[in-house]
Design a protein around this ligand. Structure first.
Ligand code: LLP
Length: 413
């Protein structure tokens, strides 16, 4: 098996397992698909990478080189973007509970844009920025009150969501007025993000209509509109994502249609996908250790688990996998892929048909590129895996495997 034209066995020999492998060519082609199709003659467009999906220096740098803007949610992500040489004017600082220190840090590092979550935040910004000459373009996150058809844990737009100004709230008008009067802030427009891993077009279209409906209530010109991310990817054969060229064109057409029918103009349209940019480009390689047969189950135990991929335990997320170099062997064993953490929920794949495997065979889990490494932990003092990017036969180590000393570096007796 090869990824990015590199033999998987070579990667395992050089970097051991568990190992996150990213096919950089795939990331580049998804970005190109978005960029080639998410454009219009009537306004400028930008694609932000929601870096929570994969927040590491290599990816910040790659995103910058690919001409993406960046959605950051914490001081940690902003610091990483800065360290990686990201063009900070293109950073959008998101989040529902930004701290004063983070705001000042964003100012110091030259972050260009803030996406405001709530009225309290506007008051905090007024206070923190008043004696500074920091300046931010500002968008406001609107909770449009539509829930996307996806797993309930990752729905973000119901009326009581912790994210954004609810679309019917008077706070929106108060906040816009305060922002418009503020010397440190320039109001640019609204933002909405309706959820994640969405396969249904309808939610996105409703979001655009609702946002135009909201803009119509104001008597000034809006400049920007940000439609968030959430475009689904393929984890298993059951997943049927909307192709990215299609979803891009659909959003552009819908915005043009709304501009025509309402007479409201915008000059810049943004989207902020995370999962779709890195998800299918990522693979996790594990070494199979012990095999165990119980009364009703056959386990293949792997040398990682919920510490490097919490998604199955947290969201009942489904993945597909193969035993490396046995992809075309007969798949006659129904097996459970379980990790080595001390939790019965530490299962990466509950039931999958695989060929006969033995100790030291390599298992590859597909589509682990989004929210895998970035949500990894040191539970049971497991080491965070190494991460490599492969592109056209070249391998780049983006992140070393943690050492046991790294694990205890901040601790004292
Ligand atoms: N914009 C905002 C404001 C967001 O909150 C998110 C994701 C995105 C963009 C990117 O969404 P994407 O295109 O990646 O779906 N940990 C969960 C996903 C949580 C998503 C959080 N927000 C998971 O592993 O499925």
């Amino acid at each position: 098996m090869r990824i990015g034209n590199v033999d998987v066995k070579e990667l395992v020999r050089d970097y051991q397992t568990p190992l996150y492998v990213y096919d950089e060519g795939k990331i580049k082609s998804v970005v190109k698909e978005f960029k080639d199709n998410f454009k219009s003659d009537n306004f400028s467009t930008d694609v932000l990478f929601a870096c929570k999906a994969l927040d590491c220096l290599y990816m910040y740098n790659l995103a910058n080189k690919l001409g993406l803007c960046l959605d950051c949610v914490t001081g940690g992500e902003i610091y990483g973007a800065y360290k990686a040489g990201f063009n900070m004017k293109n950073v959008f600082f998101h989040g529902n509970n930004k701290s004063e220190d983070e705001i000042l840090m964003a100012g110091k590092y030259g972050v260009g844009n803030i996406i405001i979550d709530n009225l309290d935040e506007v008051k905090m910004l007024e206070e923190v920025l008043k004696d500074t000459d920091y300046h931010f373009n500002v968008m406001m996150r609107i909770n449009i009150g539509v829930s996307a058809h996806t797993h309930q844990y990752i729905i973000t737009a119901h009326p009581d969501s912790k994210f954004g100004f609810f679309i019917e709230s008077e706070d929106i008008f108060t906040a816009v007025e305060m922002i418009k009067k503020n010397k440190n802030l320039s109001f640019k427009g609204f933002h909405s993000h309706i959820g994640s891993q969405i396969f249904d077009k309808e939610g996105f279209l409703i979001a655009v209509s609702k946002l135009f409906g909201l803009m119509a209530k104001f008597d000034f010109e809006f400049e920007w509109l940000n439609l968030g991310g959430g475009f689904g990817i393929k984890y298993t054969d059951e997943d049927k994502p909307i192709p990215y060229d299609e979803v891009s064109k659909m959003l552009i057409d819908k915005v043009n249609e709304e501009m025509k029918s309402t007479g409201i103009k915008i000059s810049r349209l943004l989207i902020e996908p995370g999962r779709s940019i890195v998800g299918e480009a990522g693979y996790t390689l594990y070494t199979i250790g012990q095999l165990k047969k119980t009364k009703n189950k056959m386990y293949y135990f792997i040398d990682g688990g919920m510490s490097d991929n919490i998604r199955p335990a947290l969201y009942q997320a489904k993945y597909a996998c193969d035993v490396v170099d046995k992809e075309s062997s007969e798949k006659k064993n129904l097996v459970c892929i379980a990790g080595k953490c001390c939790e019965s929920g530490d299962v990466i794949i509950e039931d999958i048909l695989l060929p006969e495997a033995k100790k030291n065979d390599i298992l590859v889990v597909y589509s682990t590129g989004a929210y895998g490494y970035s949500m990894s932990s040191n539970y049971n003092k497991m080491l965070k895996p190494a991460m490599v990017f492969v592109d056209n036969g070249n391998v780049k180590l983006a992140c070393k495997r943690q050492s046991y000393d790294d694990l205890y570096a901040n601790e004292e007796i």
